[in-house]
Design a binder for this molecule. Structure first.
Ligand code: FAD
Length: 485
């Protein structure tokens, strides 16, 4: 039944950005109404938050029914319905369930959607939410060979986790995982891909993502997206193909997909390949290096695009080059009283020399929290400074069961040739890379249990001149912590 509601604060999206924002604003304004509108039945909440050091943080994620949030914050109402229309000038939102909301302040946290290589092909699958991960698992159980396209975090974890199925991994770069690390680190990981699964039992310390098994976590009834998965999204889901043996990963470097065919299309195609030699498969992938692979299906893991669509029509929302909602240093979009946070937005302020936006779990939490504080400051007519968390990029994660810490300009992003690298590597154990410019540390990649993150974070933040230490900086026989204390 259609109804009209006046609410002070409306937040859109039950992912980590939206939930963090809603919780923060609800606790700061206990006598004002807060509405969280979300397309997914479960909401994602941060638990066990731990500030590891000045900027590094770790936490677990739990999918919870919305009632948990409502019990915790009596002024917070969670409504499971997708937003279909925004009329920013009128401060009005319309949801699919027919309800209309008049807000004072609105924060859009609708996340991203998979950038599918090819739309509407039955043999191409994107992985984003619990549903799509389960769909992948189901299809994998009958598969003998899959082709994975993409070189980001999802592809990296996927190719490592899949067992009992041959994986052809096509990447456009010279090395694996180049969103996160350089060719040296990629080389460090390669043996892990070749190792038998039983040997892959290195200790791991990382935030744990838990899914509810009530069958929730599904996309909205109207086909809207569920929340993006996060750290350890594959934990508890076995990725096993139809083969008994672990069939290995074959990497095709520096190539892109030219075309994906169904079996029928392939047979009709004019490709000069000897078709009969490729065997009979449900799908075929033609790469631009000339190779053709038959497979059961293709996983398109080529990133996400900000999910802005429902909000654009009739509004004057400024979009960034990556199609995110451009926000200023107060998380404000170009429409008055409309803020945005998480994967849907693009930081439009001049970033600190040591920070860059990456669509990651930690930043979704930080932006959601900061957006709430900015909304509050605006309402209270207070000033607010850009939060310290945007000073230095930090990310703790896990790849191939190794702890990975990324700090600052960890890949010398934007530094051109104006930098120097120091590397220390012990095969199978650790990989440490430091990026220096003008003798000062501006970034680091730490793989394995290096215990260096806090010291390096300090060295990056205080911009101490390290020229006189030279390579000693990574000398394993020196306790660097004592050195700089
Ligand atoms: P989301 O979590 O996507 O939430 C968006 C919310 O908006 C959802 O609740 C959705 O239902 C709702 N919504 C969408 N449209 C509407 C609408 N019209 N109306 C109402 N509600 C709407 N990051 C890491 O840091 N580490 C990792 O290891 C990692 N692994 C990942 C693995 C996978 C498979 C994927 C897909 C992502 C991974 N990420 C990882 C990225 C991370 O999950 C995202 O950066 C983060 O979840 C973004 O949070 P968000 O709140 O902005 O958006």
């Amino acid at each position: 039944m259609a109804s009209d509601k006046q609410v002070t604060f409306v937040i859109v999206g039950g992912g980590i950005a939206g939930v963090t924002c809603a919780e923060q604003i609800a606790s700061q304004f206990p006598s004002d109404g807060v509405c969280l509108l979300t397309a997914s039945p479960l909401v994602k909440t941060v638990i066990n938050f731990k500030q590891v050091s000045k900027t590094l943080e770790e936490f677990d994620i739990e999918e919870q029914p919305s009632s948990v949030l409502e019990e915790k914050y009596p002024n917070l109402k969670v409504i499971q319905s997708a937003v279909k229309l925004l009329r920013a000038k009128e401060h009005l939102l319309q949801a699919e369930n027919g309800q209309t909301f008049h807000y004072k302040k609105l924060c859009l946290c609708s996340g991203g959607k998979p950038k599918l290589l090819i739309q509407d092909k039955p043999h191409v699958l994107g992985i984003r939410d619990t549903d799509s991960a389960q769909d992948f698992q189901k299809r994998l159980s009958k598969a003998k060979r899959i082709v994975v396209i993409g070189n980001g975090g999802i592809a990296l974890e996927l190719v490592y986790e899949v067992e009992g199925c041959e994986v052809i991994w096509a990447i456009k770069d010279k090395a694996i995982g180049n969103t996160f690390f350089d060719a040296g680190a990629a080389q460090f990981f390669i043996p892990s891909l070749e190792a038998e699964k039983k040997d892959r039992s290195l200790p791991c310390k990382r935030s744990r993502y838990t899914t509810d098994n009530t069958g929730a976590g599904h996309s909205g009834a109207s086909g809207e997206l569920g929340s993006a998965l996060g750290p350890d999204w594959h934990e508890g889901i076995e990725f096993r193909g139809a083969e008994q043996s672990s069939s290995g990963v074959h990497i095709e470097y520096e190539c892109e997909v030219d075309e994906i065919f169904t079996q029928h299309e392939f047979l009709q195609s004019k490709l000069s390949t000897k078709k009969s030699e490729l065997g009979v498969w449900p799908a075929y992938v033609h790469l631009n290096n000339g190779k053709v692979y038959g497979c059961d299906f293709v996983v398109s893991a080529t990133g996400v695009v900000p999910n802005t669509e429902p909000f654009l029509h009739g509004n004057n929302l400024d979009l960034a080059e990556d199609h995110g909602l451009r926000v200023d240093d107060h998380m404000r979009t170009s429409e008055q009283d409309v803020y945005a946070a998480g994967d849907v937005c693009t930081a439009g302020w001049k970033p600190s020399a040591l920070w860059q936006q990456m669509r990651l779990w930690t930043q979704a939490r930080q932006m959601g929290w900061y957006a709430a504080r900015c909304m509050a400051a605006d309402v209270l007519e207070e000033t607010i400074e850009l939060d310290f968390c945007f000073e230095l990029f930090t990310h703790i994660t896990k790849f191939f069961n190794y702890k990975v810490v990324l700090l600052g300009k960890f890949n010398a992003q934007g530094l051109g040739f104006d930098h120097e690298l120091l590397v220390r590597c012990t095969k199978g154990q650790e990989y440490v890379k430091v990026v220096l410019t003008g003798g000062r540390m501006v970034g680091a990649v730490l793989i394995g249990e290096t215990d260096l993150e806090e010291t390096f974070e300090n060295l990056i933040l205080n911009q101490m001149d390290l020229s006189r230490y030279g390579e000693e900086l990574l000398n394993p026989n020196i306790d660097i912590e004592d050195y700089f204390d």
